[in-house]
Design a protein around this ligand. Structure first.
Ligand SMILES: [Zn+2]
Ligand SMILES: [Zn+2]
Length: 358
């Protein structure tokens, strides 16, 4: 399981830092979170195979998180000869309208099924100057010829949008305060059974196949020669599911706090240094101190800051005495009261190790 940052800049792509996007991978899964302008170029520069991506999650509809999406959807189509799995999109109300309009007016043809799922925004998520989210955001455009029907996901009684549950993952979202309706996503891996000790099983004469599956499920088995093998003899300790949060633009993520408790890895924006807090919050963003304090308040184990203003250079491209992301990193560490903080950088991959259940 790992995260590869494709773009870590705020507002617009620059030669040194692309607009927001990252890839989350686990076994065969390859999911994109946000797709700012320039994401396609970063994909080509990265270790990720774009054709493997099956889901794209959009946090909000600001351009620096979204303008790469129409191009990405088209390029996947060029490169596909055989039939491929559908691409599923998830994002706030308005995503359908944006994708349908850009595909329609550019007469884009897609050779795979596209499914657009919307997280229905609520009145309390609207900017103050908008009173009617339906006229601003709801799609009245016809569906694209390659589109298959998507879902509209609504808030549950706990204030959570339950996006989907698979054999391995539960994906949920909660609202974040920003200048437009915005969601933070949480990917929760289910606890996994321990690994089979294949060598030990071979020594015991257990043939590979369905008996392995029974052991993994916690059942005892009998070998062809009559030996009883208990799961604890052949299976390692179960693995605790990991929990990862993907939070971008926000000046206040507290509404998502219940969902984020004890998160293993929290990706959180930190757009400007602490000394610029007033301007930062006015623009709907967080400082490293805000990110660190929030991560600490929900007992996050690791914090990764991203979405840096283009004014910050990375240490390596700092020719003069300009501010760098190292400054933001140190400020975040101080507020988080831990060194377990990473400043993301374009094309950086962060591994998320397996955790054993005690
Ligand atoms: Zn942004
Ligand atoms: Zn934004």
């Amino acid at each position: 399981m790992d995260i590869t940052f494709l773009g870590t800049g705020s507002a617009y792509p620059s030669p040194n830092r692309c607009a927001s996007s990252l890839i989350f991978r686990n076994d065969g899964e390859c999911w994109m979170f946000d797709c700012g302008e320039g994401t396609q170029i970063q994909l080509q520069r990265s270790i990720i195979r774009a054709g493997r991506i099956t889901k794209v999650f959009i946090t909000h509809l600001h351009g620096d998180h979204l303008y790469g999406l129409p191009g990405f959807l088209n390029t996947i189509s060029f490169g596909t000869i055989e039939e491929r799995d559908p691409i599923e999109l998830y994002g706030p109300t308005g995503l359908r309208r944006y994708v349908r309009t850009s595909m329609d007016v550019s007469r884009s043809q897609l050779n795979y099924p596209l499914i657009i799922n919307e997280l229905q925004i609520t009145d309390d998520m609207l900017p103050e100057d908008w009173t009617d989210w339906q006229s601003n955001y709801e799609s009245t455009e016809p569906q694209h010829p390659s589109e298959q029907p998507g879902r509209t996901i609504t808030k549950d009684e706990n204030g959570i949008w339950n996006i989907f549950e698979s054999e391995t993952f539960i994906v949920q979202a909660a609202p974040l305060k920003h200048r437009v309706p915005t969601f933070g996503y949480v990917v929760r891996e289910k606890d996994q059974p321990g690994s089979l000790n294949a060598k030990h099983l071979k020594d015991l004469g257990v043939p590979a196949g369905p008996l392995y599956g029974k052991l993994k499920k916690g059942e005892s088995i009998t070998t062809p020669d009559g030996t009883v093998v208990r799961p604890e003899d052949a299976v390692g300790p179960p693995k605790r599911g990991r929990k990862i949060a993907f939070l971008w633009d926000t000046h206040d993520a507290s509404l998502a706090a219940p969902l984020l408790q004890d998160v293993d890895v929290m990706v959180h924006e930190a757009t400007m240094e602490n000394e610029m807090k007033e301007k930062c919050v006015l623009n709907g963003h967080s400082t490293p101190e805000m990110a660190g304090e929030f991560a600490r308040s929900v007992c996050a184990k690791k914090l990764i800051i991203t979405h840096f203003s283009q004014r910050y250079k990375t240490s390596s491209d700092n020719e003069e005495d300009e501010p760098t992301t190292t400054k933001l990193l140190l400020q975040a560490k101080e507020a988080f009261q831990s060194d377990n903080v990473v400043a993301a950088a374009d094309l950086l991959t962060v591994s998320i190790p397996t955790l054993s259940l005690r």
